[in-house]
Design a protein around this ligand. Sequence first.
Ligand code: MG
Length: 419
Amino acid sequence: MRKRIVVLGSTGSIGTQTLDVARQHADKLEVVGLAVNSNVEALAVQVREFGVRHAAAGDIRLAGDARCDQVVQAVNACGRHGEEAAQAGTFGVGPEAVLDLVRLPEADVVVNALVGEAGLRASYETLAAGKVLALANKESLVVGGDLIMPLAAKVDAQRRAAGTAPKVGPAGALMPIDSEHGAIYQCLLGEDAREVSRLWVTASGGPFRGRTRAELEDITPAQALAHPTWNMGAKISIDSSTLMNKGLEVIEAHHLFAMPYDKIEVVVQPQSAIHSMVEYADGSVKAHLGTTDMRIPIQFALSYPDRWDAPVKPLDFRTLGSLEFAAPDTDTFRCLALARAAGERGGTLPCVMNAANEVAVAAFLAEEGSYLGIAACVEATMDAHVAEGVQVVESLDQLESLDAWARATARRWIGEHRG
Ligand code: MG
């Protein structure tokens, strides 16, 4: 039987690559729901190609917009020509319409590739509905890991009880799509987590590796958007250049693999050939290598516990050349140290850190804030929250109100440090 997937963020970088995988494996994957933020033109094309009956656009400003008509026509056409001819398609606008997709009875797996904090509620509702969550949205774990991981454990237990979990290994309720976490997940298969001595999260180092702080003062958005090895969206490209992305990944790894922070190391591996490593008690290290193509980790998250063929160019070790390793420069790239500090302190501090970073990155991209201002803004907002008191994470509503507070605080900081 085909796995029935819902893709949230289907026109973004991860979303389109997920649909590439679905196209390649039409015998194994069926797309049953698609959600975008606002690109309804591209959504209509995807709905038609995959014969999808349920779609949504998260941006509430699209309500009543004539551009949505083509999506309505597309889902209805699929409803008429589909196997269950009696059922009409559905198309909704707004955040609630996106959440309705994760609760579709016919969905087995939700690929969450939403950008930013908006993805957290979708992750939460996916697991609350007992579905498998294939997770590309980093904020879900960075901000809400304390809420998401217990839910994932519950779905794992349900999957074991229902016999839908693999015979051996993790039950698979939460599958990471990030290349680093996908790599660690695979290195841990067949191992006893108690025998792990360290996780090595690899970093490309970004486009500014080797530069000094003084050399980063006048960096422009265009320079920061040119990533050396991975082709990604704007927000994550900036995060990669500041190493905030790696900081977020350290926090994700902490939650995903229940690993204390002193057992998570970051190492710069500029070729990005090694996607991460796991070191064991006896000093043995397992590394995951492969071509730098996001479709491989996306596909593994969907194929687990199996492996499927992938139309990617395999690594040729005869032409790979040398592999370099270096410690990250956290004095220059302070976001990595700030994120780790937020993770170690825990509670609501990572939520505040993440929100401040989203605001500062957006300001930098809009040329309203400087490149080095990103770390400074994040630090100032974190300090303000620490001064008011970091809280234990208790609910999505609590996180959403703190997220809003952090955004306002960060915006005020940007306004005060303009020009
Ligand atoms: Mg990554």
